[in-house]
Design a protein around this ligand. Structure first.
Ligand code: 13P
Ligand code: SF4
Length: 303
C-alpha cells in the first residue's frame, strides 16, 4: 500500500472525525485500512451506533443506504457510487402486493441485500447471520422471503413450521458455485471441511459441513481443529482467514467467486471521497422513515 495515500487518509479521518467501514468482500488493501471490517449485520450495528461525523462505507449500495437509513444525521460516503448488488433489485414490480393479497397474515421478510424501496414494503429485514432467529420469532405462518431464493430455502428448511414463499432472485456470485467444482476440490483435499455461505445453491449447501454468514465462516474456521477448508463464498474473506490462521489452508472453487462491485472500493477512492466529501448517500426522508421500520425491527428481534 502506498504510504502517502495511507498517511493522507489517516490525517483526514482525524480532521473530519471519519471512520471507514468495510465488508469482508472488499480487496485486501481496503480491509487493511478500515476501522471496522465485518459482515452485513455487524456493519449495520456499527453504522447505527457510531459517533463519528462521516462514515466511509466500503461495500455496495444497499450497505451505504442502510447506514444512512439507520443514522441519518451522519454523512455516509461511498468510495464508488456505482458499487451495487444486482440481487438487491431482484423482486418483480407488483410481486409484494400480489402476495399480500393472497395471504392475510403475510410477513414480508427482506434480506438486507435489497434496495431502500423494497425495504419500505417489507415487515422486517434480516441478514444471513440472523435470518433463522428472526423468522422463528415472527408470529406469522406465511412468509414471503425476498430477494434471495437460496437463503430463503435454507431458512425454510431450518424453520419447517412456516410456509416460506420464495422469490426468484439470487446472488450471481454465490449461485455460480457448482456442486461439481466443490466435489473436485474435495477430491483434491479429502481432509478439508466445506464451509459455505447460504447464498450458494441448495445442492452446494447439502454438501457442506457448516453454513454461515461471512463472519460466521471466519469464526467457524478459527475455532475448528481442522487445518484445511474449502470455502464457498466470495474470495475477499481469504484475507481475514489467512491473517487469523497462518497455518491453515484454504481452497476456493474454480469458478468466478469475485464480486466485481465490492472490488470497486480502493484506497485511492477512499482518499478522494474523504477529501472532497463527494458520493454522499442521500435518501428521500419519506422513504428513509419507511425503510427504517424493518431495519429497526431486525435490530430488535436479533438481540
Ligand atoms: P454477509 O456479510 O452478511 O454474510 O453477506 C454476504 C453478502 O453477500 C453481502 O453482500
Ligand atoms: Fe450482492 Fe452477491 Fe456481491 Fe454480495 S456477493 S454484494 S450478494 S452480488
Amino acid at each position: 500500500m502506498n504510504n502517502n495515500i495511507l498517511n493522507q487518509i489517516n490525517q483526514l479521518k482525524k480532521e473530519k472525525n471519519a471512520v471507514i467501514l468495510a465488508h469482508y468482500y472488499v480487496n485486501d488493501e481496503t480491509q487493511a485500512i478500515a476501522d471496522y471490517v465485518g459482515d452485513s449485520f455487524y456493519l449495520a450495528k456499527i453504522a447505527r451506533n457510531t459517533d463519528a461525523d462521516i462514515l466511509v462505507f466500503c461495500g455496495v449500495s444497499f450497505m451505504g443506504e442502510s447506514a444512512k437509513i439507520l443514522n441519518p444525521d451522519k454523512k455516509v460516503l461511498m468510495p464508488d457510487l456505482t458499487a451495487d448488488c444486482p440481487m438487491a433489485h431482484m423482486v418483480k414490480n407488483g410481486k409484494i402486493e400480489e402476495m399480500r393479497k393472497k395471504y392475510d397474515d403475510l410477513a414480508v421478510v427482506c434480506y438486507i441485500n435489497s434496495t431502500a424501496e423494497l425495504k419500505c414494503q417489507s415487515d422486517v429485514c434480516v441478514t444471513s447471520s440472523n435470518a433463522i432467529k428472526i423468522v422463528k420469532a415472527l408470529p406469522n405462518k406465511n412468509i414471503f422471503f425476498i430477494p434471495d431464493k437460496n437463503l430463503g430455502s435454507y431458512v425454510a428448511e431450518q424453520v419447517p413450521d412456516k410456509n416460506i414463499i420464495l422469490n426468484d432472485g439470487c446472488c450471481p456470485v454465490h449461485a455460480n458455485v457448482t456442486v461439481q467444482e466443490v466435489i473436485a476440490e474435495k477430491e483434491k483435499h479429502p481432509q478439508a471441511l466445506i464451509f459455505s455461505h447460504p447464498e450458494c445453491n441448495k445442492e452446494v449447501l447439502e454438501l457442506s459441513d457448516k453454513l454461515g454468514s461471512t463472519a460466521e465462516i471466519i469464526t467457524f474456521v478459527k475455532n475448528s481443529d481442522a487445518n484445511e477448508f474449502i470455502i464457498c463464498t466470495e474470495d475477499g474473506v481469504d484475507y481475514k482467514l489467512r491473517t487469523d490462521n497462518p497455518n491453515k489452508k484454504f481452497y476456493f472453487p474454480q469458478s468466478c467467486h469475485c464480486c466485481a462491485d465490492m472490488k470497486l472500493n480502493t484506497p485511492e477512492r477512499i482518499l478522494h471521497v474523504l477529501k472532497t466529501e463527494q458520493n454522499s448517500i442521500e435518501i428521500d426522508e419519506e422513504i428513509r422513515k419507511k425503510a427504517l421500520i424493518p431495519l429497526d425491527k431486525m435490530l430488535e428481534l436479533a438481540k
